[in-house]
Design a binder for this molecule. Structure first.
Ligand code: 5RP
Length: 222
C-alpha cells in the first residue's frame, strides 16, 4: 500500500467510527496517524453543534484537538467516557490488540479501560492472526534500573530500547520482539510482574469494535 492509499484507508476507518459516537458525551481520543483523521472528523461534528468533549491519551492529541476547538477535559479524571476511539499496531483474529508504537500505551490503556466502549480504527495492514506476527510488543519502562529490566526481558524475547524516545510521563520505551503469541495473557502477566515495567502494549480484555479499512470497503469486526 503506498502512502496516499494508506492515508485514504486511515481516513475511511476514522470516518466509519463516527457511527459509534453518542449524541452528547465524553469521548476518549487515542493517539497516532489514524486517530488524527478521527480527530479532524470529530471537530467537524462538534462544529455542527453536537456536545462532545474529549479526554486525550497524549500531549500530541491534546494539541491537535485543542487547535481544532474540541472541548477537552483535564488529565486527572475521573471521566465518564462513553466511547474511546484509538488506533492499533496489530489486531488479532480474536480482537486482542498490540499498541504503543506511538509511545502512548499507558495513557491509552487508562483511557480505554475507563470507557464504556472501545473502538479501534486501522488499515488492513494491521490485521494478524496472532499478536507478535508483525510487530514487537511495546513496553513503557522506568529509566531507573532499565538495564536490569532489559536483562530480565531477555528471557522473553529480544528487547530493544527506542533510542531517545520518552513517553509523556518521561519514561523509556522498549520494543520486545517475540514469536507470535498463543497465550498473550500469560506473557502480559509475566511482563507486568517485572519491577520497572510500567505497562505493556497488550490490550487483551476490552473486546473492541474494530473498523478495518480494506481497498474499497471498511470491515466492522465485533
Ligand atoms: C500509540 C498507538 C497507536 O494507536 C498505534 O501506534 C497506531 O498508530 P497509527 O495509527 O499511526 O498506525 O498505540 O501508542
Amino acid at each position: 500500500m503506498d502512502e496516499g492509499m494508506n492515508d485514504d484507508a486511515k481516513s475511511r476507518a476514522a470516518h466509519a467510527a463516527l457511527n459509534e459516537l453518542p449524541e452528547n458525551g465524553i469521548i476518549g481520543l487515542g493517539t497516532g496517524s489514524t486517530v488524527k483523521f478521527f480527530v479532524d472528523a470529530l471537530a467537524d461534528v462538534v462544529r455542527g453543534g453536537r456536545n462532545l468533549t474529549g479526554v486525550c491519551t497524549s500531549e500530541a492529541t491534546r494539541r491537535h484537538a485543542a487547535e481544532l476547538g474540541i472541548p477537552l477535559l483535564e488529565d486527572a479524571g475521573p471521566w465518564a467516557i462513553e466511547v474511546t476511539v484509538d488506533g492499533a499496531d496489530e489486531v488479532a483474529d480474536d480482537r486482542s490488540l498490540s499498541k504503543g508504537a506511538g509511545g502512548a500505551l499507558t495513557r491509552e490503556k487508562i483511557v480505554a479501560y475507563a470507557s464504556k466502549r472501545l473502538v479501534i480504527i486501522c488499515d488492513a495492514g494491521k490485521r494478524v492472526v496472532r499478536i507478535g506476527e508483525k510487530r514487537p510488543v511495546a513496553l513503557e519502562v522506568l529509566a531507573f534500573g532499565f538495564r536490569q529490566t532489559m536483562a530480565r526481558l531477555g528471557a522473553f524475547g529480544k528487547p530493544t530500547l527506542r533510542d531517545g524516545a520518552r513517553t509523556d510521563a518521561g519514561n523509556l520505551l522498549v520494543d520486545l520482539a517475540i514469536a507470535p503469541l498463543d497465550d498473550p495473557a500469560k506473557l502480559d502477566g509475566e511482563l507486568r510482574s517485572i519491577p520497572g515495567i510500567v505497562e505493556t502494549g497488550l490490550f487483551l480484555a476490552r473486546s473492541p469494535v474494530v473498523y478495518v479499512a480494506h481497498e474499497g470497503r471498511v470491515e466492522r469486526m465485533g
